[in-house]
Design a protein around this ligand. Sequence first.
Ligand SMILES: *Cc1c(COP(=O)(O)O)cnc(C)c1O
Length: 432
Amino acid sequence: MQGESSFSQSQLDFDRHHIWHPYTSLTNPLPTYSVVSAKGVRLKLSDGRELVDGMSSWWTAVHGYNVPELNSAAAEQMEKMSHVMFGGITHKPAIELASKLVDFSPTGLENVFFSDSGSVSVEVAMKMAIQYQHSLGQERRTKFLTFKNGYHGDTTGAMSVCDPENGMHHLFSDFLMQHHFFNAPKRGFDEDPDQDELDELELFFQKHAMEAAAFILEPIVQGAGGMRIYSPKYLKKVKVLCEEHSVLFIADEIATGFGRTGKLFACEHANISPDIMCVGKALTGGYLSLAATLCSDHVSRTICEGQAGVFMHGPTFMANPLACAIAKKSIDLLLSSNWIQRVTAIESQLKRELESLKESDQVREVRVLGAIGVVEMKKEVNVPNAQEFFVEAGVWIRPFRNLIYIMPPYVIGSEELTKITKAMGDYCTIKS
Ligand SMILES: *Cc1c(COP(=O)(O)O)cnc(C)c1O
């Protein structure tokens, strides 16, 4: 092979020995696949093979790859400016994107703080909650309440509210702030929550709310902490308890936002509006890293009436115009597409085609909601083996722990999706 699409052995060696990949070793790295381009729902490997993408590059590429509308939004913005500082300066891409976010996010979220990644948007949300309580003279409210099996990012504050035991961050526990964890909701999306569980949740609030700034959670779908799906009734209960105990409610919609669960935001399943909401991942349609933390007028006014008088945060690349321009176009594209039908069709197909995998003696549970399909295996998946199996089958799926899960681009066709579910089925029945 020639030109750009070929990788020399020395490049691949350099990658193996000098470049960290997510959660991997530099001395004993897992294999990587070299991607040269991507278009629609396909990733093209350097050896010419094409893989149907089941991951949307970790929830982001909802419109697929190399999207003409997003390409031109990027090109047009680059002609004007790719970046300019946000201190003392403003620009249309930020204003237009923020007003869009305010318009179509749950009611009451009026104000927008832009940052560069999901984890940072969570740090910002946590700092907002602390500053808010401080302004109210509640300086002792410095703890966060949250669920086990949660995932909120890899920076220090975010790590401290991730599941304390499931392996991603427990090594850091002595270094992290200690917060209060409640068992993850036990029952699924369609089931009524267990009454004993709700009673325990009330006790949890009675015990810890006095020292809590906020409850932070992933609404309806817990992502990287276990791909668990729970009931809107349960979510609603947490919101009600937060109000009763003057604890702010932070919805981390970084994975669930922008239609993934069948609603634009997962909070809508429970008809609730959070006090603070984080978005990221699909915000730019998978083009660039951008995130935002939205909050209510009440929260922002209280913060600004406090001792500091300002909100204490300001990233260098805040409201990057290039990212904002692409994000605005991505939202336009989403809202003008028939995304509800698409996500609903993906959901029905996933239910139809994954349901039977429950019969496999290697499978513990199958869970589907919106454009998310999860096969929980009884045993830990051997990631390099599974990865190789799926690449051979012409699909891109990246399992973790005992979870084989997919969240394809919304534009995936039904035959392409069948290719993915068939590969999952084959893996679950062939492998032992
Ligand atoms: C991915 C994710 C984050 C972290 O976002 P990054 O952009 O990776 O920093 C936080 N919360 C949830 C729910 C996520 O899925």
